[in-house]
Design a protein around this ligand. Structure first.
Ligand code: ZN
Length: 195
């Protein structure tokens, strides 16, 4: 299971709801376990959405911070029912944008989240209030399921200058083409060969 990298267009797609009549519960559990492994062992990240590993379904896993206790939690069909309280700016990066710089993203302090858990092969609805870093991670991951990256949450000029540096546009790379030196070198080599 590999983490998809920007600018893969799958990162801009809206994920579909998980339905046990379409995806068997065992398969859902397998995917979730694999995602937890990617998060905990391979990337040491704090959150990973299904779309980031090419599974276009509404699910994410995250490190759940509860005092000193750290565990990995999964959320199927998550939905932010309400977001409220103050907003705050904090630095965010993304496992799917390794080359990109971290940016300060404004997020709500508290979210009420509704999601589903698999219990004996059935999806069971849950609801809980999260705040602080947990709420920030949830907002970042739910954004992924709606085809949004963290840099879509910052002003366009900030986003564009960061992306230009990290991911030079293809058109720029193509239009600049090989340099005069490169062309001369090739021509020279050809000439040498023909002699
Ligand atoms: Zn991300």
């Amino acid at each position: 299971m590999e983490v998809i990298q920007w600018p893969d267009s799958r990162l801009l797609q809206i994920a579909n709801l998980i339905d046990v009549s379409v995806t068997p519960p065992e398969e859902i559990e397998e995917k979730i376990e694999a995602m937890k492994l990617v998060l905990s062992e391979e990337t040491h990240g704090v959150g990973l959405a299904a779309t980031q590993v090419g599974w276009m379904r509404r699910a994410f896993v995250m490190v759940h911070l509860d005092g000193e206790c750290t565990s990995y939690k999964s959320f199927l069909n998550p939905e932010i029912v309400k977001q409220y309280g103050d907003t705050s700016l904090d630095w965010e990066g993304c496992l799917s944008a390794k080359k990109a710089a971290q940016l300060q993203v404004r997020r709500f302090e508290t979210v009420d989240l509704r999601w589903e858990d698999l219990v004996c092969g059935e999806l069971v609805s849950r609801e809980e209030t999260f705040s602080g870093l947990n709420a920030r991670i949830i907002q970042h991951e739910v954004d992924h399921l709606d085809g949004k990256m963290y840099f879509h949450r910052v002003p366009a000029n900030v986003r564009n200058s960061m992306l230009k540096k990290a991911y030079p546009p293809v058109s720029t790379r193509l239009s600049s083409g090989p340099s005069k030196e490169e062309i001369m070198l090739k021509r020279g080599k050809r000439k040498n060969r023909s002699r």
